[in-house]
Design a protein around this ligand. Structure first.
Ligand SMILES: NC(=O)c1ccc[n+]([C@@H]2O[C@H](COP(=O)([O-])OP(=O)(O)OC[C@H]3O[C@@H](n4cnc5c(N)ncnc54)[C@H](OP(=O)(O)O)[C@@H]3O)[C@@H](O)[C@H]2O)c1
Length: 304
């Protein structure tokens, strides 16, 4: 193993746990995906985000492309799908495609609740179960702190009743970080989800270390800054150091930076094309950058 790369013994064990189940997709041992735990589930560190591109598929061709994306995601060992009631028809689209593919038990379905009262929360969550066509949702997180105390109380009851697997909270705006940190100190959560990217590292200042201290699993939204990082690096060849982590695309560089954070996050890049799945899932394969290489990566992006 190169000096600038790492794969801890714990991660090596976790790798074994997330080999794809389809015999067709069985990778060589060295190709297994690095995983992180939510509760007692070991999950590959790259998931699939559904904001915008799953919101309103126009016609059969677009729906078929999304279905092919999810099928490829599963084939490569992907498990975590992140959605929300506020992403247009995304929950409904995921529910339909997962049912058609017959793969509910192979996925970790994460959604959110984002309303203003207990009554509205109960109604929105009921709707999520119906739209996702499932009896159990693996994670529901309170969206952007909205009505957080009431909604967490509902989610804890649902977890106790076995209807959801984990309880979380999300943000994607640094204006909310102070309130988010305060919430993290007073609430017990299974998961937090926050924005973090190579050029947007505010979450690493206090939120990610606090998640480690509190024992919360971490999910990362906006890992590409909605395409901002691609725009910043377009026309640039990959730096030499990308070879040290076997990154063959900018997407893999951006994602390997995220998932190598010591809080061992699961990133949920938005993916609505099968070719993005091939590209992005490769970022879940070792080697990952160590602390020294992560600093060089930051310096590179800061100088753009
Ligand atoms: N507060 C919250 O809870 C919150 C807020 C925001 C997002 N989220 C979650 O985080 C997820 C990710 O955010 P996002 O989808 O808005 O932004 P993102 O992941 O930063 O960027 C996604 C975009 O990057 C492009 N892309 C993806 N893979 C690529 C690849 N391999 N090569 C080149 N381009 C690639 C695609 O653009 P094109 O489609 O244009 O090609 C895609 O739409 C969301 O889907 C959602 O699940 C949560």
């Amino acid at each position: 193993m190169k000096r600038r790369t790492f794969l801890s013994a714990g991660a090596a064990l976790a790798v074994a746990a997330v080999l794809p189940r389809s015999p067709r997709a069985q990778p060589a041992a060295g190709n297994a995906l690095v995983s992180a735990k939510i509760g007692d589930r070991a999950l590959p560190v790259i998931g699939l985000g559904t904001a915008r591109r799953y919101a309103d598929p126009a016609g059969e061709a677009e729906l078929a492309a999304l279905k092919a994306t999810i099928a490829r995601f599963l084939e490569l060992g992907g498990q975590v799908i992140d959605t929300a009631p506020s992403y247009g028809r995304a929950e409904e689209v995921i529910g339909q495609l997962v049912q058609e593919l017959g793969v509910r038990d192979r996925l970790f379905l994460a959604t959110k609740v984002g309303v203003n009262s207990r009554e509205e929360g109960l109604a929105e969550i009921d709707q999520s179960f119906a739209r996702l066509r499932t009896k159990r949702i693996d994670l529901i997180a309170v969206h952007n702190l909205r009505d957080i105390d009431n909604q967490l109380a509902i989610l804890r009851d649902l977890k106790a009743a076995g209807r959801i697997g984990a309880v979380g909270a999300t943000t994607s705006s640094d204006r909310q970080y102070p309130a988010f940190e305060a919430m993290m100190r007073r609430q017990a959560l299974d998961v937090i989800q926050v924005d973090y990217a190579m050029d947007n590292r505010g979450a690493a200042e206090r939120i990610l270390p606090l998640a480690q201290e509190r024992g919360f699993a971490v999910m990362i939204n906006l890992p590409f800054g909605r395409g901002r990082l691609f725009e910043a690096t377009k026309d640039r060849p990959l730096p030499d150091w990308a070879r040290e982590i076997n990154a063959t695309s900018w997407a893999q560089v951006f994602l390997k930076y995220i998932v190598s954070h010591p809080s061992r996050p699961i990133a949920v890049p938005g993916m609505a094309q099968a070719r993005y799945v091939d590209d992005n899932l490769a970022a879940a394969r070792p080697p990952l950058p160590d602390a020294a290489l992560r600093r060089r990566m930051e310096q590179y992006v800061d100088a753009l």
